[in-house]
Design a protein. Structure first.
Length: 642
């Protein structure tokens, strides 16, 4: 029996298995980055005008540069590794000859940036951290050494081996530290010091702690001034997303807006990182707007192909990244924007008047304004996060469960339990692949909007055609005599190794498509906060799916063989029609198929119904093929009866 809770167990184990090799490669790179960051920040305390002003600090700089060079040599092979080794050796020599602090800082930071570029690591949290949570964690784990206020004077400080705990309230030092640098130290610790690693702490907690620690050098009074500066400076806000907030130092920001304003702004943003979530949304929709403006300009000069490509880019690169967040908050508005984008591309393809196309773009501008308003609240409510997580998982998981349960029930009734491991292996491998996809999208690559739609589209269509064959086959065995004849004549040969691997592939394709789409939606919801509500929604959905799977398995065992195949073939036929509709719609959104909107038709994503000519015709064609197959089976059964 399938046992739906295994989905959750395997997903957890799979994510750990996938994350382990990624961590094994990136952890040494993170250590190198951290050592280089310390060199850039602390070297001025050791050398001044070519003279050693702090021998212990200078010895540490030499040790850190040597360690960084050695650790780079130990990194996995890469095209850029030789360059990293040369830069590391050059940095070590420069420190040995007491080069100026500015040149050392520049060399160390440049090398650190190259290390991260060649050996990527997560550069930002998945969502805005809870700084209040960070304060509680600091009191629990850090205050005993670094002091209640961050002065480095905690009760345990005197008992520690040199160097002493860092004083986070040191403004001069804090100006050179990014939140990312603080996060790295919290995660990895610092070799040959009393600073331990907190890698066992959840990542979002480590980010929360890093933000809190990064705010200690800048008092609340500065934060109030920073809010005024932030609210009044649109140019400053432009493009200032969470990743930039994590990576930029106050000193680097000071080069653009001045030292005093930079300290004020960082005091504000490090206490309120959620502010940048709105900027990320606005940035995505601003990109969509700019692409639409370019599309309009291309259309007016008669370049319809460029206009089509730019309109598609506005959807895939501008709107699609925030689609999941908007769906969680206002699914109706998300559907209206999708429809308006489709109407625009249809209008361009139909060579509508420029004024009409311009009107469609103006309509989208208005819809984008509404989307910005909806998304301007930096977090979803706990209730909406729960409902979104619950409905998404039930919707996506139900399709996969229905198909997998039908396969398992069939094998059980056929007394071919030896083939069950292939089915279980297929859905389990799909979850592992889904976890790998999430890990790759989080740490290694960015999955483009087009790639997402193509994966969903081709996966849905492939599964639909496989189910077409399976549905017709099952319908043909709904007659008890036909089934008994099949058992006698063919079953001993039908489920050979090749057929068993076919079952594996079917389970994999069906489940992976649903896992892939679920991951995308969950990532969007999780980034909006209320992680506990998301987890509770997922748990509730898994419970419901478990009950459904159990009932289906129990009911399938009590059904006579003829009815089992009749009902199963009908169910699989419906799922084939649903998946062909979803797959066609996804390929339309990726720009691989044209779009002709049929206004007035309903839209129901659960049933795969979309108001476009192509999706409706694809579903009609699938229905026709299934009908022909079923009629053929009945005619064949009648001829044998005669």
């Amino acid at each position: 029996m399938m046992g739906t809770p295994l989905f959750a167990v395997v997903a957890t184990v799979a994510s750990l298995l996938v994350a382990a090799p990624a961590f094994a490669q990136t952890a040494p790179a993170q250590t190198v980055w951290r050592l280089l960051d310390y060199i850039a920040v602390d070297y001025p305390e050791a050398i001044s005008d070519g003279r050693i002003v702090n021998q212990a600090e200078y010895d540490e700089m030499k040790e850190f540069s040597s360690s960084a060079r050695t650790r780079i040599e130990e990194l996995p092979p890469s095209n850029g590794k030789a360059s990293l080794q040369q830069q590391a050796a050059s940095l070590e020599r420069s420190i040995a000859i007491r080069a100026p602090a500015t040149s050392i800082a520049m060399a160390a930071r440049n090398l650190a940036a190259e290390v991260i570029k060649i050996y990527p690591v997560p550069l930002a949290p998945s969502g805005a951290p809870d700084v209040a949570r960070g304060a509680a964690l600091y009191t629990e784990h850090c205050a005993s050494c670094h002091g209640a206020t961050g002065n480095g004077d905690g009760p345990q400080a005197r008992r520690l081996d040199p160097p002493p705990p860092i004083a986070f309230t040191d403004e001069a030092r804090a100006r050179e530290r990014s939140v990312f640098a603080l996060y790295q130290v919290i995660e990895q610790g610092l070799p040959d010091t009393s600073m331990a690693s907190f890698v066992s702490m959840p990542p979002q907690d480590r980010w929360a702690l890093a933000f809190y620690v990064g705010s200690l050098a800048f008092p609340q009074s500065r934060a109030q001034q920073g809010q005024a500066a932030w609210d009044s400076d649109a140019k400053l806000r432009q493009g200032f997303n969470l990743e930039k907030l994590v990576s930029i130092t106050p000193a680097a920001l000071a080069a653009d807006i001045g030292s005093n304003r930079a300290n004020n702004v960082m005091a504000y943003l490090r206490r309120h990182p959620d502010i940048t979530a709105t900027i990320q949304v606005s940035g995505a929709l601003s990109l969509a707007r700019s692409k639409l403006d370019e599309a309009m300009a291309a259309y007016e000069r008669g370049d319809r192909k460029s206009a089509t490509d730019l309109a598609l880019s506005a959807y895939l690169d501008g709107f699609e990244p925030v689609e999941g967040m908007l769906s969680a908050k206002d699914s109706g508005l998300m559907v209206r924007i999708e429809g308006a984008m489709a109407d625009l591309r249809t209008g361009i393809a139909a060579s509508e008047l420029a004024e009409t196309v311009k009107g469609r773009i103006n309509t989208l501008d208005g819809l984008f304004e509404k989307a910005e308003t909806v998304l301007s609240s930096n977090e979803t409510s706990g209730a909406s996060a729960f409902i979104a997580a619950f409905t998404i998982l039930v919707r996506e998981g139900l399709e996969a469960i229905l198909i997998v349960v039908a396969m398992i029930a069939f094998l059980s009734k056929a007394n071919r339990r030896d083939a069950l491991p292939y089915v279980h292996g297929g859905w389990a491998a799909a979850i592992v692949a889904g976890a790998a996809t999430w890990a790759a999208a989080t740490w290694l690559i960015t999955i483009s909007g087009a790639s997402r739609e193509l994966t969903e589209g081709f996966g849905g269509i492939l599964a639909a055609f496989v189910l077409l064959w399976v549905g017709i086959w099952m319908h043909g065995k709904s007659n008890a005599d036909a089934w008994q004849r099949y058992i006698r004549e063919k079953l001993s040969h039908a489920l050979n190794r090749r057929s068993a691997w076919f079952l594996f592939a079917l389970a994999f394709v069906v489940v992976y498509r649903e896992v892939f789409e679920t991951i995308l939606f969950y990532a969007a919801i999780w980034s909006q906060g209320n992680g506990s509500s998301v987890l509770m929604g997922a748990l509730a959905a898994i419970t419901v799916l478990s009950v459904i799977a159990t009932l289906l398995m129990h009911y399938s065992r009590t059904l006579p063989i003829g009815k089992f195949f009749a009902y199963s073939s009908a169910l699989i036929a419906i799922l084939a029609i649903v998946l062909i509709g979803k797959g066609t719609a996804a390929l339309q959104e990726a720009g691989y198929l044209p779009i002709v909107r049929w206004i007035g038709l309903p839209r129901n994503e659960f049933l795969g119904i979309f108001p476009t000519r192509e999706t409706i015709l694809a579903q009609a064609a699938m229905l026709a093929l299934l009908t022909l197959g079923f009629f053929y089976n009945r005619a064949k059964a009648r001829s044998r009866a005669v």
